[in-house]
Design a protein around this ligand. Structure first.
Ligand code: UT7
Length: 328
């Protein structure tokens, strides 16, 4: 029994934030951003676009692509670090928008959220009686970014991307192996300090700017490369596959230098690595499924391909999964 990807859908806000726009706002330059990150532009949600509304759009597209009626979805998981509101979970709004009454929950594992969700969804499918699971990575990072902080405002963008995961009763396409991890000793490297149980939002926390994402970029960078490489190798070992057998590497899109360094250490050629960070920036839990959807759409992903996905993020979390691609 396997859990195969049978549908993909995306939702990207129309509003663009280019490097030239950022040059006008903070002390930075297009050449610095491109050289250090690989990013040229990102999409930013308008006030009426939210994590849930983008998720509904991406989920609707994925259900249609899978060719199933919405009521065939047996479970909905939304991976997000930027929930619609603290209570209830974002999946409640998304399920309502999609007309679903199946179980739903949110999964928070930072930018590794998509891989975590893929592992959970796949395990629930292969455990028993579910047929289709809808997984949506949706983020409006722009809502937690300090527009005046040049260390973070250049990096992040908004988007959602969804997949339908379906149970197949044979050894066809599907999830072949995975690895998940989290080193909580590094929690302070990437955080939003206020708005939770430890530090509820008050006028003082707002005055201190603690509603915004704070990041120690260099240390995150260093750990990210190591985590992605180790996790990728653990996943390949779990699946009994060598790096030379990987058809495509689809990493979390956080920084082109992290992507290139990790790909070369794993042993995947640049032309076998899917990169779209130049056009979206870091869209956290949406970045891997967004890249998958583009590569499927333009015909790069073919049935039988072995696709290695790796993510890392706040926590610090990391996760990798190896998937045999099917006919979509
Ligand atoms: O999904 C996980 C999320 N996060 C990540 O993956 C982020 C990982 N980290 C990174 O991508 C990189 O660390 C950054 C892109 C954030 C920063 O690049 P860096 O090469 O590590 O730069 P740095 O922080 O070492 O800064 C180098 C210099 C500093 O100036 P000084 O002290 O050398 O004079 C910074 O103040 O660049 C300066 N700087 C900038 N200059 C122009 C920092 N941000 C900017 C900027 N424009 N936007």
């Amino acid at each position: 029994m396997r859990a195969a990807i049978t549908g993909l859908g995306t939702a990207v806000p129309a509003q663009l934030l280019t490097n030239a726009d950022l040059e006008a706002r903070v002390e930075t330059s297009d050449s610095w951003i491109v050289e250090r990150t690989g990013i040229r532009e990102r999409h930013i949600a308008k006030p009426d676009e939210t994590t849930a509304s983008l998720a509904v759009e991406a989920g609707t597209a994925a259900i249609k692509h899978a060719g199933i009626p919405p009521d065939a979805v047996d479970l909905l998981i939304v991976a997000t670090a930027t929930p619609e509101q603290p209570i209830p979970h974002t999946g409640a709004f998304v399920g309502e928008g999609l007309g679903l009454r199946c179980g739903s929950f949110d999964l928070q594992a930072g930018c590794a959220g998509f891989v975590y969700m893929l592992v959970v969804g796949s395990s629930m499918l292969t455990a028993g009686h579910l047929q289709h699971v809808l997984l949506i990575g949706s983020e409006t990072l722009s809502r937690v970014i300090d527009p005046a902080d040049r260390a973070t405002c250049i990096l992040f963008g908004d988007a959602a991307a969804a997949i339908v995961l379906s149970r197949s009763d044979d050894d066809g396409p599907g999830v072949l192996g995975w690895d998940l991890g989290c080193d909580g000793s590094a929690a302070s490297l990437l955080e939003v300090r206020a708005g939770g149980s430890r530090r509820p939002a008050t006028p003082e926390t707002i005055a201190a700017g603690d509603q915004y994402l704070k990041m120690q970029g260099q240390e995150v960078f260093r750990r990210a490369v190591r985590a992605v490489v180790e996790s990728a190798f653990a996943t390949l070992e779990h699946a009994g596959v060598g790096a030379a057998d990987v058809s495509w590497f689809v990493p979390h899109q956080a920084n082109i230098r992290i992507i290139e360094s990790a790909a070369s250490r794993i042993g995947v050629a640049p032309q076998r690595t899917i990169v779209n960070i130049d056009r979206y920036g870091n869209t956290s839990a949406a970045s891997i499924p967004l890249a998958l959807a583009e590569a499927e759409e333009d015909g790069r992903l073919k049935p039988g391909d072995l696709v290695l996905m790796s993510g890392f993020g706040a926590g610090m979390t990391w996760g990798s999964a190896l998937v045999e691609w099917g006919s979509l």
